[in-house]
Design a protein around this ligand. Structure first.
Ligand code: ZN
Length: 498
């Protein structure tokens, strides 16, 4: 039975919601001690719980067998409900977030039942930790489902924090960014039969209407218009599909803007590999190859909703295409004429993401005058080998941008780690006898994730003076065949910090 979960952050310890079916308290190892938490025991749900209920969690040293969680039953609103206590990992080393977001997410998922309204209280050390932990919790209940069966139902998970500086927790911001993350998850989980290049554009239009902000505008270049205007990459990749490719340019330009950020996302709504067809095992899950565009859209949504970075113009460019097979498919040996003016000889139609991104960054740097352009994509399988399944791999020409994006990752739990930046030694990987470059590397054992990044970089406008950052999210965009919502909070935070 499909249960739609709403997630709400707020002061729910003080004002306990009615009709709860469960409650839970989690915190870092050693911090879930009811007797020391008057703010919790004073609330109506936990008041009925014996203060010693959490003691078993802390008996490891003495008895060597502390349970992972403890559940007791308490009467709330004349109803007996389970109240669970559990602990998440405490260790956070240099390249991890300010709180163990991976463990927070897992533990929250275990203590909150699958149905019914629940109150989840998270004990953390600071408002900054509350933010990262909250965003981790929100990823647990993806919205997309087409399961049938008994009637569908809705429920709410209410989340509050026990934290010394509770007044510093911005619940409105948490709700807005969490909602954007969950929208990213939904879009990534939606198959191409529902989210194609046309319905995706419709969804963006609907979002613009919902945001209802006079500083926001949208421009769509679609189908044959792309060809006429010289977008050889996006048009070439998408021309064989049932639905036409599109470049969507969303802009929020405040009157007093003094900085400009351009975000460019890969939006391959399905990647069959094209004529360089993927084997079935590599093709399953390729509905998620639009994860970069979904993250860019999610970041834009959160920035507009919270009016973040109020003096920054923000552009979100979604490069939408389906890499399909048909008589019109682009072929290996074809030469594409890109928006940058450069020519690309195709030697692998499955290396299509960089082609659509190249047109996106070319447009952004030729027309939008950004201080920073960021492209984000589920681009290379090699990213997982380079930085793993939790950290995205980044490549940038700016040390300042690298520092800021690393910080943004640690603050949000959308973690990143730098990959090699060395265009002078890697660009020969794309040498072509007949065009300016090929689209796939000669040697797959030579930093190919960085090579893919440098391919995109080669299409920045010649006179572009700003910084460039590439984020490869092939690993962290999905976990256990569901979208994680990776990237929206990262880019949102970057916009605030830059
Ligand atoms: Zn591909």
């Amino acid at each position: 039975m499909p249960v739609t979960t709403h997630v709400k952050f707020g002061l729910f310890l003080a004002e306990t919601p009615a009709d709860l079916s469960a409650a839970a308290l989690i915190g870092a190892k050693g911090t879930v001690q009811l007797a020391e938490l008057p703010a919790v025991t004073a609330s109506s749900v936990f008041a009925a719980v014996d203060a010693n209920a959490t003691a078993p969690l802390h008996l490891a040293e003495e008895h060597g067998s502390a349970p992972a969680s403890v559940t007791v039953w308490a009467t709330h609103d004349d109803k007996l409900i389970p109240v669970a206590f559990s602990q998440f990992a405490k260790e956070t080393s240099r390249h991890m977030a300010i709180v163990r977001t991976d463990s927070v997410r897992d533990v929250a998922n275990k203590v909150v039942p699958a149905k019914g309204n629940a109150l989840l209280v998270v004990r953390v050390e600071s408002a900054a930790q509350a933010y990262a932990a909250g965003l981790a919790v929100a990823r647990n209940w993806p919205l997309y489902s087409r399961k049938t069966g008994a009637e569908s139902s809705e429920r709410t998970v209410y989340v509050d924090f026990v934290v010394a500086d509770e007044s510093a927790v911005d619940y409105d911001e948490l709700n807005a960014v969490a909602a954007a993350i969950r929208d990213v998850q939904r879009r990534v989980d939606t198959p191409c039969s529902e989210l194609n290049t046309v319905t995706y554009v419709e969804e963006v239009h609907a979002l613009v209407e919902r945001l209802d902000d006079p500083t926001v505008s949208i421009k769509v270049i679609q189908g044959e218009e792309l060809k006429e205007q010289g977008f050889g990459g996006i048009y070439g990749v998408g021309k064989a599909a049932e639905f036409p490719p599109a470049l969507v340019i969303l802009s929020r330009v405040p009157e007093n803007a003094d900085k400009t950020l351009a975000l460019v996302g890969k939006g391959i709504v399905y990647d069959s590999g094209g004529l360089s067809l993927k084997p079935t095992s590599g093709m399953v899950g390729m509905k998620g190859d639009m994860g970069g565009s979904a993250a860019v859209l999610g970041a834009f949504e959160a920035i507009v909703a919270t009016k973040a970075a109020p003096e920054m113009a923000v552009h979100a460019l979604l490069c939408l295409a389906e890499n399909a097979i048909d008589g019109k498919s682009f072929k290996n040996d074809d030469i594409l004429h890109m928006y940058s003016g450069k020519t690309v000889e195709i030697n692998n139609t499955d290396a299509e993401g960089r082609l659509v991104l190249a047109d996106g960054v070319a447009y952004a740097t030729q027309h939008l005058n950004p201080d920073v352009v960021i492209d984000m994509a589920t681009l290379t399988g090699a990213q997982l080998i380079t930085t793993g399944i939790i950290h995205a791999g980044i490549v940038t020409d700016s040390e300042e941008v690298e520092t800021t994006i690393l910080k943004s990752g640690k603050a949000t739990g959308d973690l990143v780690f730098p990959m090699l930046y060395a265009p002078e030694i890697l660009k020969s990987q794309f040498d072509s006898p007949v065009a300016d470059m090929k689209n796939s590397v000669k040697d797959r054992m030579n930093a190919q994730s960085s090579c893919a990044a440098h391919f995109v970089q080669a299409h920045l406008a010649k006179d572009y003076k700003g910084a460039w950052l590439h984020v490869d999210i092939a690993g962290p965009a999905e976990a256990a065949s569901r979208g994680t919502g990776f990237g929206a909070a990262l880019l949102y935070e970057f916009a605030k910090q830059f």
